[in-house]
Design a protein around this ligand. Structure first.
Ligand code: SF4
Length: 372
């Protein structure tokens, strides 16, 4: 079934590490953006009249900082989605929030309009690290937000970053413990990436700070995975850990090749074998320009299947690859990976999965298994 993604690109302040399509703007710009967003949602079925695109089972409002939207603005967007799509009974509806931009009134409204999953951008509980990252909340604010959200929502996910300045291995695990003992059911633990054009890139280049070493980050990642596994969180993707039943159904669509439609600046869709991306510049987005669409070739489908499949619990399907023209059994690395239990075979040998122990160092394995 189709999933719907809605991108809200507004933030209160640009974080030091962030290269997402997000920016600080005024109320007038927000209103203009929401109007265009709703126009696109209302016109989707003119472009894609196929019956199968009417029914959806996931909605994900991401950003940016969607929790910056006023109740009225969010209400209009949700109304447009509900008027244009039929929501399956067992649906998942996520909104991304920052700890400093939610309050009881917003949470009550989220619940009332059918949102049933919160993804909170905690990133760290250490005040110095949060300051370094350019976040507007501190650890205390994050914990209060989680506690408040827990009164209304059972399905809460937290994003945390590995590799911020001054990372301490033991304290890192203690903060994960704090999150899960406060009812968080899903953790997304991302390695800090030094993205082009960010403030962190600048200060690292100028040698004004020294970030934790890669090997220390990998150790923290492995310890996080181990600690979460001991606490009933299973790893279903390289960066994602959940209590059984609390996986992100929406994000799984991206990793398993299901169809989804994205509305808003730089949003992506995958419909009828085509990847479509909206403009990543606001001026072009308003003019319906700068959209990019491509039909994936067999080679691209093969590469995508391997790259995504080995990042998550789904694995890769040998028969699917053969249909697309790639006999992976002839790959010179595969047998060795199987013998060393780096790759695990399942279902009559047809499914190949990456042993979760190697999620932290998956790049070499994935590259080796791609067609040459
Ligand atoms: S709140 Fe999120 S999207 Fe906004 S600047 Fe920070 S990291 Fe980027």
């Amino acid at each position: 079934m189709l999933g719907v993604y809605i991108h809200i690109p507004f933030c209160q302040q640009k974080c030091a590490y962030c290269a997402f399509a997000s920016f600080v703007t005024d109320e007038k710009e927000r209103e203009r953006y929401i109007k265009k967003l709703i126009f696109d949602i209302n016109n989707f079925h003119l472009l894609y009249p196929q019956k199968r695109y009417r029914k959806i089972d996931t909605i994900y409002i991401g950003g940016g900082t969607p929790s910056l939207l006023s109740i009225k603005q969010l209400e209009k967007i949700i109304q447009a989605v509900k008027e244009n799509f039929n929501l399956a009974e067992d649906y998942e509806f996520t909104i991304e929030c920052n700890p400093n931009s939610i309050d009881e009134e917003k949470l009550k409204f989220y619940k009332q309009c059918g949102i049933n999953r919160l993804s909170i951008g905690v990133q760290s509980l250490d005040d110095d690290q949060l300051k370094f990252a350019g976040r507007l909340h501190n650890g205390d604010c994050a914990m209060k937000a989680i506690e408040m959200a827990g009164k209304y929502f059972d399905n809460i996910s937290c994003d945390v970053l590995i590799g911020l300045l001054g990372m301490n291995k033991d304290k890192y695990i203690m903060q994960i413990e704090k999150l899960i003992s406060n009812g968080v059911k899903h953790i997304s633990a991302y390695m800090l990436q030094i993205e082009k054009g960010t403030l962190i890139e600048k200060i690292v280049k100028e040698k004004r700070v020294t970030l934790p070493l890669d090997e220390d980050c990998i150790e923290v990642y492995d310890r996080t995975a181990k600690f979460l596994a001991e606490n009933a969180f299973y790893q279903y993707e390289v960066s994602n850990f959940a209590i059984n039943g609390y996986e992100s159904k929406h994000n799984l669509k991206y990793w398993t090749g299901e169809e989804y439609v994205g509305f808003g600046l730089s949003a992506h869709s995958y419909l009828g074998g085509k990847r479509i991306s909206c403009a990543d510049r606001l001026d072009l987005y308003y003019k319906d320009e700068g959209e990019f669409s491509e039909e994936l070739s067999n080679k691209e489908l093969i590469e995508e299947h391997i790259m995504l499949g080995l990042r998550c619990k789904i694995g890769i399907n040998k028969n699917y690859l053969l249909e697309k023209g790639y006999d992976i059994t002839k790959n010179s690395y595969l047998q060795d990976f199987i013998e060393k239990e780096i790759i695990i075979t399942q279902k009559d040998d047809n499914i190949l999965k990456l042993n979760p122990q190697y999620y932290g160092v998956n790049n070499f394995i994935i590259t080796s298994l791609l067609p040459k």
